[in-house]
Write a protein that binds this ligand. Structure first.
Ligand code: SF4
Ligand code: SF4
Length: 91
């Protein structure tokens, strides 16, 4: 299975407020921007024009990888409120 195929097996109920908040001031001193490589849902993207990481929480798979690779503590990471977020199905 290709990693992108996982999106055929999930659905979302998106909360109006993001469950992960990025501290862009902290990101400004980040040399590796590991979140942009590690997130399987490609929620993080370096924006050259704005000089910051753009973050889109809507397609988050709630895997926690970004929290692990962000060694500067720039993320306020929470699961979505009850009933919201990603839903996985087996087939
Ligand atoms: S790894 Fe952390 S500090 Fe670096 S750009 Fe991503 S969120 Fe910001
Ligand atoms: S929890 Fe996983 S899917 Fe969600 S933003 Fe972080 S790395 Fe991406």
């Amino acid at each position: 299975m290709n990693l992108d195929d996982i999106f055929d097996l999930v659905s979302y109920r998106i909360h109006p407020e993001p469950h992960i908040v990025v501290d862009h001031d902290t990101c400004a001193s980040c040399s590796h921007r590991a979140c942009t490589f590690a997130c399987p849902a490609r929620c993080y993207e370096w924006n050259e024009v704005r000089g910051r990481v753009d973050f889109a929480y809507e397609s988050c798979l709630e895997c926690g990888t970004c929290l692990l690779v962000c060694d500067l503590g720039a993320l306020d990471w929470n699961y979505p409120a009850g009933g919201y977020g990603v839903r996985f199905r087996a087939t």
